[in-house]
Write a protein that binds this ligand. Structure first.
Ligand code: LMR
Length: 389
């Protein structure tokens, strides 16, 4: 039977990891997958994570099952970080998931159970969103989000598209640090989107995967909080991969926000049942690390300080990129004001491949660059090569 299967193409983002690794050039540059890198090109284990792991090694007394929802203390500590004051106002149910992608899949499955037949995704977007929602049986519709040549958020076009969505449709929104454009919605944009979503009875599914890398931990969740304050029901998908640098530990959470304790308690049973038929229970380690950090004031302070150092490094690189690229593409001056790890260059696929073959500069064919992949000392040189493509 296996002979009847056709080979599928590699995942376009993850394939870059192997392509880059196999390139023998020593001056190669990895601007591909969204992982933070330091000046030396390493993805460090954060100081607070190491300290928490040490405590876990010494203090953990059992590795017995925790249950479908995973680590309940982790969930209780993570939610206020994301929801801020809304955590005290809105009733919610959370389940720990294998990464943000696990949260997205559970949310897509739950949306299907709630009767959502379509999900609306912004263009350009993260390719895996469409794949996940399709796998859960939803049809994919798109709304315009970002214009690459002018580097502008298409807020009016986006709101107009959502005005045509049908009651019960899911709408996927990036909380901040938009992947791939790095562009930010203003407070007024969020208020306008939340108003349409509430009035038309749409189900917002908010993906927050880069909290702390944009304008700051609180600021990066502000739009999400506006949405939660405005709508009756929402699903929030949290990834701890980037914010805590624990990518391979697969740590995330799905939160359902509803109108009453009873309603969210019912939703929790569904999220649990969906987990049970997929992976049963989430891996423990990453959530235990995050819980240990967030339960300890000193570790939390150190984690925040290191995250801020990472954010500042990216901001510095953004300024170099904006300065170097605006000579070739004027609109790319906007890179300095964009947020998070990504920006989107107006490159053709042929130019992206030329950057790879001729210069050892790796990025996906969309022209997305992971700015954290640059070292400050080499940034000007890389910028020059990109501008000459
Ligand atoms: C990315 O967009 O590069 C990251 O979110 C990694 C992934 O899973 O695609």
């Amino acid at each position: 039977m296996f002979d009847t299967l056709e080979t599928l193409p590699d995942d376009p983002l993850l394939a870059l990891i192997g392509l880059y690794r196999n390139d023998p050039r020593t001056d190669k540059v990895d601007l591909g997958v969204g992982v933070y890198r330091d000046e030396a090109g390493r993805t460090p284990v954060m100081r607070a994570v190491k300290a928490a792991e040490q405590r876990l090694v010494e203090g953990q007394e059992s590795k017995s099952y925790l249950g479908l929802e995973g680590d309940l203390v982790f969930l209780d500590l993570l939610w206020p970080l994301v929801a801020g004051p809304q955590a005290r106002v809105r009733t919610f149910a959370g389940v720990q998931t294998p990464g943000g992608s696990g949260a997205l899949r559970l949310s897509a499955d739950l949306a299907a159970r709630l009767g959502s037949r379509r999900v609306h995704l912004g263009l350009p977007g993260w390719p895996n969103h469409a794949a996940i929602f399709k796998a859960a049986g939803l049809a994919v519709a798109t709304y315009p989000f970002f214009d690459i040549p002018t580097q502008r958020v298409l807020i009016e076009e986006m709101v107009a598209a959502l005005e045509k969505a049908e009651k019960g449709d899911a709408v996927l929104l990036h909380a901040s640090c938009h992947n791939p454009s790095g562009s930010a919605l203003t407070d007024a944009d969020w208020a306008a989107i939340a108003e349409v979503v509430a009035r038309r009875g749409l189900l917002p599914v908010i993906d927050i995967a880069y909290q702390g890398f944009g304008r700051g931990l609180e600021e990066d969740a502000a739009g999400l909080r506006t949405m939660i304050a405005t709508v009756d029901e929402a699903l929030v998908c949290v990834s701890c991969s980037k914010s805590f640098g624990i990518y391979r530990d697969r740590t995330g959470a799905a939160f359902a926000i509803g109108k009453s304790d009873t309603a969210v308690a019912v939703a929790r049973t569904h999220l649990g049942a969906l987990a049970r038929t997929s992976y049963s229970m989430p891996p423990d380690h990453g959530a235990a690390v995050v819980r240990t950090i967030l339960a300890d004031a000193a570790l939390t302070a150190d984690w925040k300080a290191e995250l801020e150092e990472m954010r500042q490094r990216i901001l510095g690189l953004r300024r170099i990129l904006a300065e170097g690229l605006r000579g070739r593409w004027q609109a790319l001056g906007a890179i300095a004001e964009q947020e998070g790890m990504f920006s989107l260059l107006p490159l053709t696929e042929a130019q992206v491949l030329a950057a790879r073959h001729d210069h050892g500069i790796y990025m996906p064919t969309s022209g997305r660059i992971n700015i954290a992949g640059l070292a400050t000392a080499r940034a000007a040189d890389v910028v020059q090569r990109i501008a000459a493509l």
